[in-house]
Design a protein. Structure first.
Length: 453
């Protein structure tokens, strides 16, 4: 039932809206993501080497804001989500994941720029996000409420349940640990951090995110080096299956362009959140005076999370030989899909071709770190959505308890249902934000022009 609802929402019109929003922002910027590559890289990650990570008293540093946003984006979507996209959408899903990310670079720029421009100062520092520019600039009170409502739902599903589900599945597969016990332990660790608010989330994220990214990318590159002769054929397979999947897979394999598009864009959106609007709330808390500069960090976020990290995961799966299209399609048709066929176990199997038994453990550790930091970021997003709906933080304690309860519940949930819930909430959350970004793109591009001058 949930899977049908998710498929019904993620139809070509919604997928097209994400892509068209990115294309609109790209065209208005003169395709700045390509022709301004050096500028936005130097204005984001390059600033670390110029100014360090010094923190003032009125918000997160820009690096902490990036780490908090990456904490939610480089989550299970980077490991389990990519594997799920390939299993259900074929290798062509990777192509559409990359296309959505390339266009999403400018969608992300617009979101983060607008979030900083229309933020407000709260009791604990800067606060902002899509609900603020919908309300304060456009006067879309109902749209802001709709966004906030589904933001809370998304934090409890994609933010809590998906992450804990992937952690428990990975540790159960690698070490045989009881999934409920894992869920309880993760909930306790998460609670210890989120009780300290966005400041503690930022401090923990800036330490964990670089370490986990380095660990995963190093192991992934080792896998690709071992299978380097298959990298070029895998890239051709990705391209061929995106455009003519049946021919690319031997005529009768059965994958369609729509399946590749649906899972590629949906998983890309889940990973980089460009267009969803959630990570804009973390960037709105950054200690910066320039909206466009924060927009550059938003671009780097999408590039790093989807094009780089997800790209490494996808190529590891496709070059290692653990993915078999015919077997995957037969399982989908017969309804016999099991957790060992898709998600994190598929990624673990790819790593095991090089690291043996250690492959599952490496993926489990990476997934644990990825998903744990995602829990931290999404807990903050849910709190901000609820604060908008209730006009304050009086229900913050109740939300945190509910969030931790869904962490435990998600750890024993069925993987396809958990992902379907996440897709539904992300789609409904994104609708008003995409429309707002389309309307306000000219303002974001004015900030870009001002910074370039």
């Amino acid at each position: 039932m949930l899977e049908r609802l998710a498929d019904g929402l993620w139809q070509p019109w919604l997928l097209g809206l994400f892509l068209l929003t990115g294309l609109w922002c790209s065209a208005r910027s003169g395709f700045f993501q390509f022709f301004g590559l050096g500028r936005w890289l130097w204005g984001s990650v390059g600033s670390i080497f110029r100014a360090g990570k010094k923190k003032r008293t009125d918000g997160l540093t820009q690096f902490q804001a990036l780490a908090t946003a990456l904490a939610s984006t480089i989550g299970t979507g980077s490991i389990a989500g990519v594997a799920t996209a390939i299993f259900f959408g074929g290798p062509g899903a990777v192509f559409w994941m990359w296309i959505s990310a390339l266009l999403g670079l400018m969608t992300s720029f617009a979101e983060k720029t607008l979030a900083v421009k229309y933020r407000r100062r709260g009791k604990e520092g800067w606060e902002g996000g899509p609900m603020e520019y919908m309300l304060r600039r456009l006067g879309w009170k109902r749209a802001a409420g709709w966004f906030s409502l589904w933001c809370v739902a998304a934090s409890l599903t994609g933010g809590a349940m998906v992450q804990s589900n992937s952690i428990s599945a990975a540790l159960h597969a690698a070490l045989g640990w009881d999934r409920l016990a894992v869920g309880l332990a993760v909930a306790l660790c998460t609670g210890a951090v989120i009780l300290g608010g966005i400041g503690r989330v930022g401090r923990v994220s800036e330490k964990l995110v670089p370490a986990m990214a380095l660990l995963f990318l190093s192991a992934g590159l080792a896998v690709l080096l071992a299978h380097r002769e298959r990298i070029l054929p895998a890239l051709w397979e990705i391209l061929g299956c995106a455009l003519t999947p049946r021919a690319a897979l031997g005529g009768g394999a059965g994958y369609t362009v729509s399946a590749a598009l649906r899972y590629g864009v949906a998983r890309g959106v889940f990973t980089n959140e460009a267009g969803v609007g959630s990570s804009a709330m973390a960037h709105a808390a950054a200690d910066t005076d320039s909206p466009a500069q924060e927009g550059y960090w938003g671009m780097f976020e999408v590039f790093f999370a989807t094009i780089l990290v997800c790209g490494v995961t996808a190529l590891c799966i496709l070059t290692s030989g653990v993915y078999e299209p015919a077997a995957a399609l037969e399982a989908i048709r017969s309804g016999a899909v099991t957790e060992t066929m898709t998600g994190s176990p598929l990624s673990a199997a790819a790593f095991a071709t090089v690291f043996g038994r250690w492959g599952s453990l490496i993926v489990a550790v990476c997934l644990l770190l990825f998903a744990f930091t995602s829990l931290l970021g999404w807990s903050y997003y849910g709190e901000r959505g609820l604060a908008y709906l209730t006009g304050g933080n009086r229900l913050r304690g109740f939300f945190r308890l509910a969030f931790l309860a869904t962490v435990v519940l998600g750890s024993v949930g069925q993987v396809t249902r958990v992902w379907a819930l996440s897709d539904i909430c992300n789609g409904l959350m994104a609708l008003p934000n995409l429309l707002a970004v389309i309307v306000l793109t000219p303002e974001a591009m004015k900030e870009l022009k001002r910074d370039r001058n």
